[in-house]
Design a protein around this ligand. Sequence first.
Ligand code: NAD
Ligand code: DAU
Length: 338
Amino acid sequence: MKLLITGGAGFIGSNFIHYWLAHHPQDHIVNFDKLTYAGNLENLKDVEGNANYLFVKGDICDAGSVARAMEGCDAVVHFAAETHVDRSISDPEVFVRTNILGTNVLLEAAKKLKISRFHHVSTDEVFGSLPLGTPDRWTENTPYAPRSPYAASKAGADHLVRAYHATYGLPVTVSNCANNLGPYMFPEKLIPLAITNLLEGKKVPLYAPGNQVREWLYVTDHCRAIDLILLKGRPGETYFVGPGNPAFSNLEVVKKLLKLMGLGEDRIEFVADRPGHDQRYALDWSKIKAELGWEPKVGLDLALSKTAEWYKQNESWWKRVKSGEYQEYYKKQYQGQP
Ligand code: NAD
Ligand code: DAU
């Protein structure tokens, strides 16, 4: 099989390429990525020499390069997106362009080239926000209610993907996943930001009061889920992908990290909250378990310790990332905070 992976130089995409080449060594991969600030080819250094792997620099909004890259592929796994909620609040336009228009360009190409499977990687954020302290969970049938420009743009993309199935019979699948953590995660998101700040002797900027709840999944568990959906999922279907462990507040997660790294709670700095901050996400992922036999294998404590260890061992990776354009962004976002 030949796969077109969009956004393969980002966090989950690069983990997925490592995963796929290890588990399906006979398959061919074309990694199509624009290399925005979040795309980093250093994530894929060790597979560059693999004859079954090809990198193509391109923008998913550019129909010509998309068609050339997709030609001859059997399936598409679509990760490429603008993904950071805080950036979507300060600059929504690129989110609409990449996440909605870019997805439409890919769908058009997939329709014309009669691609046999288009898998779209989406997020739990499209469902909005659940109140704290309630047992409610979302299911695949819950109506969409996105609340940030990022979530709204991903929701638009999800609707387009399903529309191409209903209207043109394109064999699509969609997965909505919880927060991921693991290697190669760009240090603007909470977990890698916290770990790298702590390794640098800085504090963790926690949006006050830190009681928001996220569900955390180790990235290889997400990759296994996409593998199963791609090969065994039913066209037209959506599958939730979430963790087995209970959800924790951001404060609890940061406290776990501090304990793991042998540091005290004085290393937390409460900062101004994110506008419109979603309170709680919770997915009922019983469908993928019942239909495809998927279950997460890595609990949160192990996931945090594997992730912290990876950042400790790969200091040069994140130091290079942090010293680039990222620093300017960091200063603007946190305005003189730690
Ligand atoms: P990321 O920001 O780390 O990587 C995104 C990648 O897409 C980068 O390599 C970037 O260069 C590329 N890209 C951006 N715009 C592009 C364009 N116009 N054309 C081609 N490439 C472009 O993202 P991630 O965290 O790895 O997320 C991957 C996907 O998974 C996204 O669709 C995201 O919505 C979804 N998702 C992420 C999480 C999470 O916790 N990170 C959870 C659920 C779903
Ligand atoms: O739920 C899946 C989503 O998870 C993905 O679709 C997004 O692409 C991904 O970025 C992530 O979104 P979040 O907004 O949940 O992740 P982030 O790491 O930005 O924030 C996690 C929580 O931590 C959130 O409640 C906000 C809080 N936070 C975040 C940052 C960056 C802080 O308290 N301080 C921070 O500095």
